[in-house]
Design a protein around this ligand. Structure first.
Ligand code: RIB
Length: 364
């Protein structure tokens, strides 16, 4: 019997052409890069692969072209056991393509996307997958397919009482009527600012930004903050009908030497949905997903860089089930600096992390 949880992803498929370069070119400048990688990308496909490798059974709703690029995502779907019954070959538009520059020093990227067939995904494509949607444990989408398809997906989720996660990337307009149909929204800091006008710098500003999403109708807000981990907040109605935070938390993450940050947010979203579908709490799901995302930046590429369940579990168990302890003062300082104290050596009794250990790590 297949015990995997079922996720339906509506999203984009791209061919990513990424060049690694020690310096980003300025206008009119030519620079010399080192390696070039042609692989599968597109936020939707990256998230689908992340969810599948994290342990879910994934069905994809997407469009690819009828061109030679299309075989690149098509072969990946097959390798990753992603159900492609609702991936359409579009005869009028080419497969989406992203030109990516990756900085060899920082792993940071710059991306130009030509959407092609992604913007031809229709509400009818979503309607064709209605039975799958009705049978899913959770639904996931982004902002890289045609808005009509996203509206239809959200409406289908509501009709069938399914939780839907919207990763609002890239930060394109979201119609007001979409918000009440979204269970969880997952912007990064930049996107959170674009949608709410609040610059997210700390937990206080993150909560203010989250409150704006909640006032528009979203129940759970997760803001991904790169190396500063993630901020999550859940909202409820008080006795006067006001939308108030029920809970909020910051989940720090461990530091790594980034090779390529392309698709890190996608890794987070896919793994998050797998964990939520498995019934894990929001904090635990965020821990699992940040572990996946941090692992993904240590590898080149987007979809190909996603971590497997075994890789995620190994790191997750090492950090969260190690029984490591920390003193209250050390915890307070670590939290103020978003320091992932579970990864540092404790010199206190039985390896407890002390204030001195935290200060040594922070160099303060
Ligand atoms: O999030 C990273 C993705 O954005 C890349 O794979 C690229 O295709 C663009 O869609």
């Amino acid at each position: 019997m297949n015990t995997k949880k079922k996720i339906v992803v509506l999203g984009s498929a791209n061919v990513d052409i990424s060049a690694r370069t020690p310096v980003f070119p300025r206008d009119g400048e030519t620079v010399t890069g080192d390696t070039v990688l042609v692989s599968t990308g597109g936020k939707g496909t990256n998230q689908a692969v992340s969810a599948a490798r994290a342990g879910a059974a994934v069905t994809m709703i997407a469009r690819i072209g009828n061109d030679f690029f299309a075989d690149i995502p098509a072969k990946l779907y097959e390798r990753e056991n992603i159900d492609t019954r609702f991936v359409t070959r579009d005869t009028e538009h080419g497969t989406g393509c992203a030109l990516i520059e990756v900085h060899t020093g920082s792993g940071e990227n710059r991306i130009t996307v030509v959407p092609g067939a992604n913007m031809a995904v229709t509400a009818a494509d979503v309607a064709a997958a209605e039975e799958e949607i009705a049978a899913a444990d959770i639904l996931l989408t982004q902002r890289e397919t045609h808005p009509d398809s996203i509206a239809a997906f959200l409406a289908a989720a509501k009709k069938h009482g399914k939780k839907v996660v919207l990763n609002p990337a890239p930060a394109l307009p979201i119609p007001d009527e979409w918000y009440p149909m979204i269970d969880t929204i997952t912007p990064n800091e930049t996107e959170a600012e674009k949608y709410t006008g609040i610059t997210v710098t700390d937990d206080e500003s993150a909560l203010r930004a989250a409150q704006i999403f909640a006032d528009r109708g979203v129940r759970c807000v997760i803001i991904t903050c790169g190396s500063k981990g993630v901020f999550c907040a859940e909202f409820e109605k008080d006795e006067n009908g006001n939308t108030v935070p029920a809970f909020h938390a910051r989940i720090a993450t461990y530091r790594v030497q980034a090779v390529d940050t392309t698709g890190a947010g996608d890794s987070f979203n896919g793994a998050l949905c797998t964990a939520l579908a498995e019934g894990r709490t929001i904090v635990d799901a965020c821990r699992f997903a940040t572990t996946a995302a941090t692992l993904s930046v240590t590898k080149a590429g987007a979809a190909e860089s996603m971590a497997t369940r075994a890789e995620i579990d190994e790191v997750y168990n090492r950090f969260y089930h190690s029984g490591k302890t920390i003193t209250p003062m050390a915890r307070k300082i670590a939290a103020e600096h978003h320091l992932f104290w579970r990864a540092i050596e404790g010199t206190g009794e039985n390896g407890t992390v002390t204030e001195a250990d935290v200060r040594r790590e922070l160099k303060v």
